[in-house]
Design a binder for this molecule. Structure first.
Ligand SMILES: [Zn+2]
Length: 324
């Protein structure tokens, strides 16, 4: 039994570094990293990550419960999986990040920052991910679900983002997100420095970032809210039929534009607590700064992740359009 969450919170090394159950072998690969491989052949190899933002505790608890249930054989593992708690030090401090946002550090972007434990962690996660996928059976389709919660409330409460890619998106990945009762899918229009962009671009994984409600401290989460995602992930891990969707059709959006904070006078024309997927109509002002105002040209747009407090030079929000 490996209690990955307790080991991570207490910064401890397990007594045993590897072992096996009736159905799978496992290796503890370092802080917050646990690899499990079924003893039988598998068709999928899957990275399951949470805690890239340290204060997003619900998905961390969700993965901890899944790991627990795997070891107690409440369900059978049928895919190869690497569980990742992304930023252990930030998890222990209950903060999003210590110095820099780790979900902007991938694809080598950590090299452009002052070197610290978070840049070292990003570099290490890139290495471990590469090894994991390269050591998996070559025929196995690669997946990556990176689990988050959002900083603010959302008019569409649970949604997923796809990294930009030129090839078609994996059908099974989309089906699984529908089965998880997500409200919306958002397609990026440009390369990013996120963990999912890294796995999609470098390893041709079918990757998605899931946003599952709002960030709360450990113990304060109502995991029932995340039940549909939990059921979907367990079905994927067991390679069994996906749950039936309970909601109306999933909505789809594409990113049209990123609002870049270019100077300290940057202001968003949106109340501080405005939810994700707030709308703006043609002619309305979204942001002001020295470099120029941002005015809506389309009939209607949606805003995602508005955050005027980001560091200068970073993205302060995404502008979306709905795909009919
Ligand atoms: Zn996050």
């Amino acid at each position: 039994m490996v209690d990955l969450l307790t080991l991570t919170l207490e910064q401890r090394v397990p007594v045993q570094m590897q072992g096996e159950t009736a159905g799978f072998t496992w290796q503890w690969l370092g802080e917050g990293l646990l690899q499990c491989t079924p003893k039988t052949a598998y068709r999928k190899t899957m990275l399951l990550s949470a805690g890239i933002h340290g204060n997003e505790t619900a998905p961390i608890e969700l993965l901890a419960n899944i790991i627990n249930d795997l070891f107690t054989e409440r369900f059978t593992l049928a895919v190869r999986v690497l569980f990742v708690f992304g930023n252990p030090e930030a998890i222990r401090h209950g903060v999003r990040y210590l110095e820099n946002d780790m979900n902007r550090m991938f694809c080598g972007a950590y090299q452009q920052l002052a070197q610290d434990q978070e840049t070292a962690r990003a570099a290490h996660l890139e290495q471990v991910t590469a090894q994991f996928f390269e050591q998996s059976q070559p025929q196995a389709q690669r997946y990556h679900y990176d689990l988050h919660t959002a900083i603010r409330a959302s008019l569409l409460p649970v949604f997923a983002l796809f990294p930009y890619q030129s090839k078609p998106y994996d059908e099974f990945l989309i089906q699984s997100l529908e089965a998880a009762d997500l409200d919306a899918l958002v397609y990026h229009n440009a390369a990013g420095k996120t963990f999912t962009h890294f796995t999609a671009e470098k390893f041709q994984a079918a990757s998605s970032t899931l946003e599952l409600g709002k960030a709360k401290p450990f113990g304060a989460n109502d995991l029932a809210q995340f039940a549909s995602t939990d059921q979907m992930l367990r079905a994927v891990l067991a390679d069994q039929a996906l749950p039936i969707r309970q909601k109306s059709d999933i909505r789809q959006f594409k990113v049209m534009d990123s609002i870049l904070k270019q100077s300290e006078d940057f202001q968003l024309k949106l109340s501080a607590d405005a939810p994700n997927f707030s709308t703006f109509q043609k002619g309305e002002l979204i942001a002001t700064q020295q470099a120029g105002d941002y005015v809506v040209h389309d009939q209607q747009v949606w805003i995602l992740f508005p955050n005027p407090k980001v560091k200068t030079g970073l993205r302060a929000g995404l502008i979306l359009k709905e795909i009919e």
